[in-house]
Design a protein around this ligand. Structure first.
Ligand code: ZN
Ligand code: ZN
Length: 1287
């Protein structure tokens, strides 16, 4: 009560009851929370008796209030004084308090804040008042302290004279922090002090803030130049006081437990670093601002060992810092201006408004806002536009793949943080346009929030260091200064932080990563988080995974130099890891699978020109040919756009792609999705997968190992395939633009890749076994001779092996339990049997009768014949693909045949079971051996009555590939079934079923099987070649079997269970049966050379089994030439309309020529048609078109041979006919030619009987009809050379 009266006396006013009680509370608060502080651990500032000080403090508060509120006699009774402990304990929401605001001011303030950052809310206002002392805390932090506790206090531009004095805070934010931080010690929140606080004691501030030279400490102050001179001729014990302009404030570092920072003073020409290591002076870090003049006293000279033993000024525990007030600036104008030239500041309009209301009324203003510096106007302003920031960038769309090294520019920048991209990795957006990377600096104590105004000095400006981050990047090194000039007025989304991002700056430091790499890895972390976390990966692992990925993708590009922190901070001229950066426009781009799928599907049909799907010369196709040609088409895109021929894609297809996903079986196998899949948590893509195998098997490819299932992999080299299926009724080529003729369309999009190009990021359990075994084998082989080592290579390419893979799976528990097959507790009891698959049927719809679901009828299934290598054995725990045991193996005689039947979901095993391979078949959760013994009712001791055991594979059974590596030495030589080459298939004696492999050179849809069910194009004719160039046609009926993707030209297929047949002409072909299956075993390179040319065959020795051959012969004579406009539908002659009046209104020009060629060993009749006729006649394009025009009226013309001369019908007087006769008999046409032909009709089996008459006698003689060939290709290239020479 005494205090209240004392205060009232002092301020000479009378108050109402309400105000009196407020004053009472104020006094109580001061007594309880502030006075103990002042008299207790006495700071030098206040030595008065408690009584006096309470009234003194109270008077200070009330006097100030009266000035601020501008209305006398009114106290802010709606405001409540809050103690620090109460604030920290109870304030859970970020808030702002400003005593001087009116409601409308506050609304305007909030509106303005929300306009700048749309989507974010302004801080809510609270009516709380804070009083406390600012004291230094740990590591240079400032703490607002009262008797109840303390809270970290962030200040914009603090003055040293605030320290240890009672302060009244009139404008502040309180930001609570997530207490979830794993540091434990993490604070619940912090106070942001805006403007200057009110000093409540009238203590010795005058003395401290005295003019330079006035105070005792400032008596012998020297400039930067003199101080620099002192450095070199100093005697011990010398203490120097220096005045200068701050040009850099390096971030606070902790090295070997010592916290320190360095700031640099600057003169006209010289720089002078000052080291602050004394823990009682670390709080200076907040006071020292770039561009301000400061005086520092009692500095001593010391040697900085880390900086090449250079001498440096060091702050002592007697040192004091003085900031110059406004009036001093004039004295040192020239200094300030030179100093400011380094700062290219950009004025932000809202910048200074925040401080004004309080500042005008502050009693003790010692703050000088750097932003109000008069020199600002003359400085180079940086705009927000990228154009201004970047020198012209013409190369951007020209050519890629050249890595350029660029120099960064060092600039100053002011702006507003608009987005926190990643707290942990130190990435922010400024002004919505410019990226800010703080990863090369230690983590900030106060997290930047959207809305913070920041001032950056000596910051590196980089343009386009990483295509996945904003093109304009500001990157801070240890020399850069970052200062928050205005605290954000909004509350940010608090969930933007991902704990695992914190690992990234550590990686940056450890690996000396370049900035481009770092930005890419940050982007990858974001991307992987979206596509894998949480279903496939734990959040903690994502940045480690991104790191593994970059190691793989950026192979060979190591980190930069080791960082030297002292040189980075102090050396002139400045060098740091950010001085240079590389620009690589073809950095791999990681796509999520859903994005990949979407981009492939988006322009699949829209904007498709159907004519582009057709072969050249499509104009002359009849209706049937045209629609058949359209019925299937495909397109491939390589993951690396530069490998496509021609290079594909526009701007967004400039960079090679990388995919990350888990290899898995389809969850719902069907006839369309029987392939393996690559999936992430948002998308799934089917895959055609191949793998290289050991050489000795004679075939370079091996089936898929089941251990791949469940592996998280990165695929760097792959092909994206689109197959289009179209049912149409286009009458002719001219109608292609009319969509109404398309009756049905669908497509299939999938990936093709080889497992050799796949990198395992996280192996499956089974893969871990293989990797460990490989490693063991390798180390064993290292000791023994080289030959054995070579033997044991293969199976799993060493590039797959990941170091310490077992510990990796421990790190990623989520993954190993995530996927389909590998999941399950390994302690389950189970039974198993080792089998070798001998034969596998294709998946087809078959009538398998009733099943457990009582659904009779057709269902997808396949069966496989296998040999049981040994007996059924039981296990305590799932053996998976562990090494083969002796007890699992029986003698050769005891081995039995097993037929495995796969139904419904079990058909998912189809892609991974292959003849010749050994598998462990595991039935889990059972000890009953009979489960695997099968339906052939077993007799005693496992002897079956039936020859073959039948086993229906249950959905929970698992197959584990046992590669040679895991077999017993005696079983390592597993024999594969005999696989024939194309030549062998052609030459072999008639065999019922063949198994062969060949390169696809052509694929044609056969759409003559039109059914009403809506599916027409069920026939496919593949032409397969082998190395020798010989080819074989294979007819597939894909109506009843599952569709095999990857039957594309360039790929090598393995076809098993195909029927070898002879055509009427005697040539060999193959056709599919329901048991046939097709496997893609090798993927064609998109830039693969053409298939080997067909063998050269002499006409005299052409046998029927030579399907296709090259002939070099001479044109002996023409037999016939026919040119005709045909009805596109029925093929009749077409003049004005169809001659058979079928109603069609479209016609195509068709040509046919038959001639005799002779190569010296024999002769043949060769048929040329359409596209081949014009080059045969050597007519120019214009001549050919002229011919077509001339024939429009009469429709057709035919020239044929009679005797030795060419004649024509209908009349010999026709000029056109004469012309053609001339052409056909000219030397230009009758010339040596080189052509590729297919046999057309067999001549051996059908001998013509001919009657000859000589005199009155008739002779019957058996004539061999001539060899009939169809020309497939006419080699015009070699001709044009020789032709040119002749002409
Ligand atoms: Zn730097
Ligand atoms: Zn017709």
């Amino acid at each position: 009560m005494d205090f209240v009266q004392l205060i009232l006396d002092q301020i000479k006013s009378h108050s109402e009851a309400q105000e009196l009680s407020w004053l009472k509370e104020l006094c109580a608060f001061l007594t309880q929370n502030i006075c103990p502080l002042l008299c207790g651990s006495g700071p030098p500032a206040a030595g008065d008796a408690p009584t006096g000080s309470v009234s003194q403090l109270g008077v200070g508060v009330v006097k100030w209030l009266q000035e601020v509120m501008a209305v006398k006699h009114t106290l802010p009774v709606s405001y409540r004084l809050v103690s620090i402990s109460e604030l920290v304990a109870r304030q859970r929401v970020a808030c702002v308090s400003n005593l001087s605001w009116s409601t409308s001011q506050q609304r305007a303030w909030a509106r303005e804040a929300e306009q700048v950052l749309p989507g974010l809310r302004a801080l809510p206002r609270v009516n709380l008042l804070l009083i406390g002392c600012l004291r230094e805390g740990r590591g240079g932090e400032w703490r607002l302290t009262d008797a109840s506790g303390s809270v970290r206090c962030e200040c914009l531009s603090p003055s040293p004279i605030w320290v240890n004095r009672p302060l009244f805070l009139s404008h502040w934010n309180y930001i609570p922090q997530d207490a979830t931080g794993q540091d434990g010690e993490e604070e619940r929140g912090y106070v942001e002090l805006i403007g200057s606080p009110v000093l409540l004691d009238s203590g010795p501030e005058q003395g401290l803030a005295d003019s330079p030279g006035g105070g005792p400490g400032l008596r012998r102050v020297v400039g930067v130049k003199d101080a620099a001179a002192c450095l070199h001729n100093s005697n011990k014990g010398l203490r120097i006081s220096v005045c200068g302009c701050v040009s850099s404030v390096c971030p606070q570092l902790v090295i070997g437990g010592t916290t320190f920072f360095i700031f640099i003073l600057k003169d006209d020409t010289l720089t002078l670093p000052v080291l602050v290591k004394d823990s009682s002076r670390l709080w200076w870090h907040q006071c020292v601002c770039v561009g301000q003049r400061v005086c520092v006293t009692a500095l001593r000279v010391c040697i900085l060992r880390g900086w090449r033993e250079n001498r440096i000024l060091c702050v002592t525990n007697q040192s004091e810092i003085h900031k110059h007030a406004d009036e001093h600036t004039q004295e040192s104008t020239q200094n300030t201006s030179t100093c400011e030239q380094a700062l290219n500041t950009h004025t932000y309009t809202q910048e200074s408004t925040q401080n004004t209301p309080t500042q005008e009324h502050t009693l003790n203003t010692h703050t000088q806002e750097t932003t109000q510096n008069p020199h600002t106007d003359t400085l180079l302003l940086l705009s927000h536009d990228g154009e201004d920031l970047e020198e012209a960038e013409p190369q951007r769309h020209v050519v890629q793949s050249t890595v350029r090294i660029k120099q960064s520019r060092v600039i100053g920048y002011q702006g507003i943080v608009t987005e926190v991209l990643s707290e942990g990795s130190g990435l922010y957006m400024i002004d919505g346009k410019v990226g800010l990377c703080l990863a090369y600096q230690p983590t900030l104590r106060r997290k930047l929030r959207p809305g913070d105004a920041v001032e950056l000095h000596h910051i590196h400006f980089l343009y386009g260091p990483c295509p996945d981050s904003p093109p304009s990047m500001l990157c801070a090194c240890l020399r850069s200064s970052l200062r928050v000039t205005a605290f954000s007025r909004v509350t940010g989304p608090s969930d933007a932080s991902h704990p695992s991002d914190k690992a990234l700056p550590r990686l940056l430091l450890e690996r000396n990563m370049g900035v481009a790499e770092y930005l890419w890895i940050c982007h990858m972390t974001r991307q992987l988080r979206q596509s894998l976390v949480p279903t496939l990966l734990k959040e903690e692992c994502v940045s480690v995974l991104a790191w593994k990925l970059i190691e793989f993708v950026w192979r060979g590009r190591g980190g930069g130099m080791r960082r030297d922190i002292y040189s980075e901070m102090l050396d002139e001229p400045h060098t740091c890891p950010l001085t240079q950066y590389s620009i690589n426009p073809s950095v791999s781009r990681c796509l999520s699978l859903s994005d990949c799928l979407h981009s492939l599907q988006s322009d699949l049909w829209s904007g498709l020109s159907l004519s582009s799907l057709l072969p050249p010369g499509a104009e002359s196709l009849t209706t049937a040919q045209l629609n058949a040609a359209l019925s299937w088409s495909y397109q491939t895109l390589s993951s690396d756009p530069h490998q496509d021929h021609p290079p594909s894609g526009g701007k967004d297809r400039q960079r090679p792609l990388v995919l990350v996903g888990v290899l898995a079986f389809p969850s719902q196998p069907s006839e369309h999705t029987l392939q393996l899949q690559l999936k992430d948590q948002k998308g799934t893509m089917s895959c055609v997968v191949t793998e290289t195998r050991e050489e000795e098997a004679g075939l370079q490819n091996t089936p898929f190992n089941t251990a791949w299932i469940g592996c998280l992999v990165c695929v760097q080299k792959f092909t994206m395939v689109t197959e289009r299926f179209l049912q149409s009724g286009f009458p002719s080529y001219k109608h292609l633009k009319q969509e109404k003729y398309i009756t049905h369309k669908h497509h299939s999009v999938y990936l093709q890749f080889s497992l050799d190009d796949v990198h395992i990021l996280i192996p499956s359990d089974a893969m871990v076994t293989i990797l460990q075994e490989t490693k063991r084998e390798e180390s064993r082989a290292a000791g023994s001779d080289r030959k054995r080592k070579r033997e044991e290579e293969g199976e799993l390419d060493s590039s797959h092996s990941t170091k310490d893979s077992s510990h990796i799976t421990k790190d990623f528990p989520n993954l190993s339990s995530s996927d389909t097959v590998q999941s399950g507790c390994s302690s389950q009891t189970c039974v198993s049997m080792v089998i070798r698959v001998e034969q596998k049927e294709g998946v087809a719809r078959r009538n398998i009768g009733m099943d457990s679901t009582n659904k009779a009828g057709f269902s997808l299934c396949f069966s496989a014949k296998a040999t049981a290598i040994g007996p059924v054995v039981s296990w305590e725990r799932d053996p998976k693909n562990c090494r083969l045991m002796e007890r699992e193996v029986a003698t050769e005689a005891e081995r039995e045949k097993v037929v495995l039947l796969f139904l419904r979901s079990s058909i998912r095993w189809f892609p991974s079971l292959h003849p010749g391979c050994i598998y462990r078949l595991v039935a889990v959760n059972t000890q009953d051996l009979h489960v695997l013994i099968g339906s052939g009712i077993a007799g005693r001791s496992g002897v079956d009555i039936l020859n073959d055991r039948n086993l229906q594979v249950r959905s929970d059974w698992r197959f584990h590939t046992l590669p040679r590596l895991l077999l017993l030495p005696a079983y390592k030589q597993s024999r594969s079934p005999r696989i024939l080459s194309i030549s062998e298939v052609i030459d072999c004696s008639p065999a019922e079923l063949v198994c062969f492999h060949g390169l696809v050179t052509e694929r044609i849809s056969l759409n003559d099987k039109t059914s009403s069910a809506g599916k027409t194009h069920t026939g496919v004719r593949l032409t397969l070649n082998d190395q020798s160039g010989r080819s074989l046609q294979v007819y597939l009926d894909i109506g009843h079997t599952s569709y095999t993707p990857g039957m594309l030209p360039g790929n090598i297929l393995l076809l098993s269970g195909f029927q070898r047949k002879l055509s009427k002409s005697g040539s060999v072909y193959c056709r599919s049966l329901p048991v046939s299956s097709i496997t893609v075993i090798s993927l064609g390179d998109t830039c693969l050379a053409l298939p080997p040319p067909a063998p050269i065959i002499h006409l005299g020795s052409w046998e029927p089994r030579y399907n296709v051959g090259q002939v070099k012969a001479h044109v002996a004579c023409f037999l016939s030439l026919q040119l005709q406009w045909s009805c596109s539908q029925c093929g009749s002659v077409y003049t004005q309309s169809c001659s058979s009046s079928c109603g069609s209104s479209s016609s195509v020009f068709q040509s046919k020529a038959k001639l005799v060629v002779d190569d010296g060993t024999g002769e043949a009749h060769v048929l040329f048609s359409n596209l081949l006729v014009r080059p045969l006649l050597r007519l120019a394009e214009s001549q050919w078109e002229g011919l077509q025009r001339l024939l429009r009226v009469r429709g057709h013309i035919r020239v044929y041979t009679r005797g030795r001369s060419l004649v024509c019908e209908p009349s010999d007087d026709d000029a056109l006919l004469q012309y053609l006769v001339c052409v056909c008999s000219s030397d230009i046409v009758c010339r040596p030619i080189s052509l590729t032909c297919r046999i057309y009709k067999n001549s051996q089996h059908t001998h013509d009987l001919r009657r000859f008459s000589r005199g009155d006698r008739d002779f019957m003689t058996r004539m061999n009809p001539p060899l009939q060939l169809t020309c497939l290709h006419l080699d015009t290239e070699s001709e044009s050379v020789s032709g040119g020479g002749a002409g």
